[in-house]
Ligand binder design. Structure first.
Ligand code: TLP
Length: 345
């Protein structure tokens, strides 16, 4: 039985052209700055985000922690969403490793933080308070239905941050999904960010790797922080080569994932015992809430797995499905048939 794996876009395996590029990669020692393939990927990434420089790191988590450590010192405060990946899924790394104080604000269902909430959370200069240094936004927002944050929202948040001397970091793990869904260049979504991270190993299909983009000075300091975290890699051109293919060949096809996610959401909304906010699905992520009594996210996920469909339980009565490039439209229809059978038997 062919498994239809909708747990995450992180499960994507490298394409044949990535494997070829990896085999042929020109490599050197990247800690000495001598890996030409890594250097090329970093230049491409900086260019795509409209920044002066970029740094290749092993994961989205490292991209975020390196950025936070570079912007903030011990005891500094950062404002972020209470549903953000950094706040929920990154082990509180900024507190554990950097002594950075998190100030979570409620995420709206569309992934934004209310501008007035951000404004109210910025600390005045007072001996009792930590210093607010950083605002973190996530685009697309994973736990908020994969919603893309719009250019004008980024601009409003950025303007407020600048007025108060705050830096802005964007966790853009899926920034290209946002760019494709909104039909804007990714750099427009990064324009108000002092730093932006994005992942090659999610919807873009590369096996490993993320980038942090920002000013030259910021990236120089981020390079030091990557090293102390053990993220200085040697002949990393082997994996960077796949990243270059990801950026050149895999961005526009994200629209197919978005169409499949939409097809899934529409189908799910017709299945008794499930509730889906179909209007919220504009990128590759679909959340469904189980309204059927007695059925849990885990039980449904187990039953689906038994029939060759994988989804991720993300709450007691909630599941997440993510469209990705190994899943075709027909697979979505098959998955819908399996779910309908389970929910109606
Ligand atoms: N997200 C993963 C899981 O950790 C939940 C997923 O399957 O969605 N920022 C965002 C917005 C993310 O969604 C993720 C990964 C990361 C950062 C971390 O990236 P990695 O896994 O490369 O450290």
């Amino acid at each position: 039985m062919q498994v239809i794996d909708l747990r995450s876009d992180t499960i994507t395996r490298p394409t044949p052209s990535m494997r070829k590029a990896m085999a042929d990669a020109d490599v050197g020692d990247d800690v000495f700055g001598e890996d030409r393939t890594v250097n090329r990927l970093e230049e491409m990434a900086a260019e795509r985000m409209g920044k002066a420089a970029a740094l290749f790191v092993p994961s989205g988590t490292m991209a975020n922690i390196v950025s936070q450590l570079t912007h903030c010192g011990r005891g500094d405060e950062m404002i972020l969403g209470d549903q953000s990946h950094i706040f929920i899924y990154e082990q509180g790394g900024s507190a554990a490793l950097g002594g950075i104080h998190p100030r979570p604000l409620p995420n709206h269902p569309d992934g934004t933080l209310a501008i007035q909430d951000i404004q109210a959370a910025i600390r005045p200069d007072n001996v009792h308070f930590p210093r607010t240094r950083l605002l973190v936004l996530e685009n697309t927002h994973n736990r908020c239905a994969g919603t893309p944050l719009q250019v004008d929202y980024m601009a409003r948040a950025g303007t407020l941050a600048r007025q108060h001397g705050l830096k802005v970091h964007v966790d853009g793990a899926r920034i290209f999904n946002a760019a494709v869904a909104l039909n804007v260049p990714a750099r427009d979504l990064a324009a108000d960010a002092d730093s932006i991270s994005f992942c090659l190993s999610k919807g873009l299909g590369a096996p490993v790797g993320s980038l942090v983009c920002g000013t030259r000075d910021f990236i120089e300091e981020a390079r030091r922080n990557r090293k102390v975290l053990g993220g200085g890699m040697r002949q990393a051109g082997i994996i960077a080569a796949a990243g270059i293919v990801a950026l050149t060949e895999m961005v526009t096809r994200l629209a197919d994932d978005h169409a499949n996610a939409r097809r899934l959401a529409m189908g799910l909304s017709d299945i008794p015992g499930l509730s889906v906010d179909t209007a919220a699905v504009v990128t590759n992520i679909v959340y469904m809430d189980i309204t059927q009594k007695g059925m849990t996210g885990q039980a449904l996920s187990d039953a689906l797995a038994g029939e060759g469909v994988r989804m991720l339980p993300t709450g007691p009565k909630r599941l997440r499905a993510v469209a990705q490039h190994h899943v075709a439209g027909e697979d979505i229809d098959r998955a819908l048939g399996v779910i309908r059978n389970i929910m109606t038997r």
